[in-house]
Design a protein around this ligand. Structure first.
Ligand code: IPM
Ligand code: MG
Length: 363
């Protein structure tokens, strides 16, 4: 088994170092090979997703990804910006199914901006379609308007589009995931305005006929944004398109107290996947040793479970993370009165200690 390690930019390198340490502590037989991606790759090779990095990602059995992006690349032409690396990997590897769980750890209920009773025990799974929609739809670009409100003016445009098979396959993923959990799927659309999402709703409804044991509900995206902060526990699995999924998954992540805790998986049709924390590269705290490595460590656990067929190793990581939280260790993003503030490395060391059976001192 081979794991491609792509740390990326900003806090990516620091958090990845901790995840690699945790993987090594498991004493399993796999090879890890790392490569540059994002701004770091642009600086070294002139492209955010160099040939060599893409080849490594294709050859590996799974990919562990840190984060990409930094303000200093904002002025580059779009094709050279760090974000193109993650978009390119998704596209070239056919990673169409994005799993973004939003779980509120019992120990962190206080860290949420919502009242504890609204989020205690929260466990939602957002399934975001990842290779279609307005993100990848062609045509797109800039031109002189020939019609609209201002004919003759400069304009920009993107294309929102979904084909039936694209919707069908993500709907199957969502219904199957719901079967393994609360047996309810909320399909989020904007069918009241957009042709693309009326079609989305129709196709999801059609696929649902094969899953009579799963409850299907449809919700407009604006209402979903509202319900997520009003009654988040009313959701089980949420399935939606690329753009709405981008927005709602950040919202859902924050309900849990910290985006610094949440892993994610992006899978192809054979369950090969790319695993990454739900948060970004946080250039403002990069290099300070304060970033929370737990989302990346938990992403490594997801990788062991979904792509590498090592569920017990995944359990060991997840239990270790819970033990560390119970012992009162917190990085700044999840810190609250009465807990002990630790840095990135200390948090990683504590997880390793919990895995290898050493005791953690209570705060
Ligand atoms: C995400 C990110 C990316 C996206 C960016 C970095 C391109 O926000 O993974 O949610 O929009 O998909
Ligand atoms: Mg996003």
């Amino acid at each position: 088994m081979k794991i491609a390690i792509l740390p990326g930019d900003g806090i990516g390198t620091e958090i990845m170092a901790e995840a690699v340490k945790v993987l090594q502590a498991l004493d399993l037989k796999f090879e890890m090979e790392s490569a540059l991606v994002g701004g770091a790759a642009y600086d070294a090779h002139g492209h955010p997703l160099p040939e060599g990095t893409l080849a490594l990602a294709k050859a590996a059995d799974a990919i562990l990804f840190g984060a990409v992006g930094d303000w200093k690349y904002d002025k580059l032409e779009r094709q050279f910006r760090p974000e193109q690396a993650i978009l390119g990997l998704r596209k070239h590897l056919g990673l169409f199914a994005n799993f973004r769980p939003a779980i509120c750890y019992e120990q962190l209920t206080q860290a949420s901006s919502l009242k504890p009773e609204l989020v205690a025990g929260l466990d939602i799974l957002i399934i975001r379609e990842l290779t279609g929609d307005i993100y990848f739809g062609q045509p797109r670009g800039r031109r002189i308007a020939v019609d609209g409100h201002f004919p003759g003016a400069d304009e920009a445009f993107d294309t929102m589009r979904y084909s039936k098979p694209e919707i069908e396959r993500i709907a199957h993923v969502a219904f199957q995931a719901a079967r393994r959990r609360g047996k309810k799927v909320t399909s989020v659309d904007k069918a009241n305005v957009l042709e693309t999402f009326q079609f989305w709703k129709d196709v999801v409804t059609e696929v649902h006929a094969q899953y009579p044991d799963v409850q299907l509900e449809h919700m407009y995206v604006d209402n979903a944004a509202m319900q997520l902060v009003k009654a988040p526990k009313s959701f089980d699995v949420v399935v939606t398109g690329n753009m709405f999924g981008d927005i709602l998954s950040d919202e859902a992540a924050m309900l849990t107290g910290s985006i610094g805790m949440l892993p994610s998986a992006s899978l192809d049709k054979n369950n090969k996947g790319l695993y990454e924390p739900s948060h970004g590269s946080a250039p403002d705290i990069a290099g300070k040793g304060v970033a929370n490595p737990l989302a990346t460590i938990l992403s490594a656990a997801m990788m062991l479970r979904f792509s590498l067929n090592q569920p017990q190793a995944a359990d060991r990581i997840e239990s270790a993370v819970k033990a560390v939280l119970s012992a009162g260790l917190r990085t700044g993003d999840i810190w609250s009165e009465g807990t002990r503030k630790v840095g990135t490395r200390e948090m990683g060391d504590a997880v390793v200690a919990a895995i290898t059976g050493k005791t953690i001192t209570k705060s």
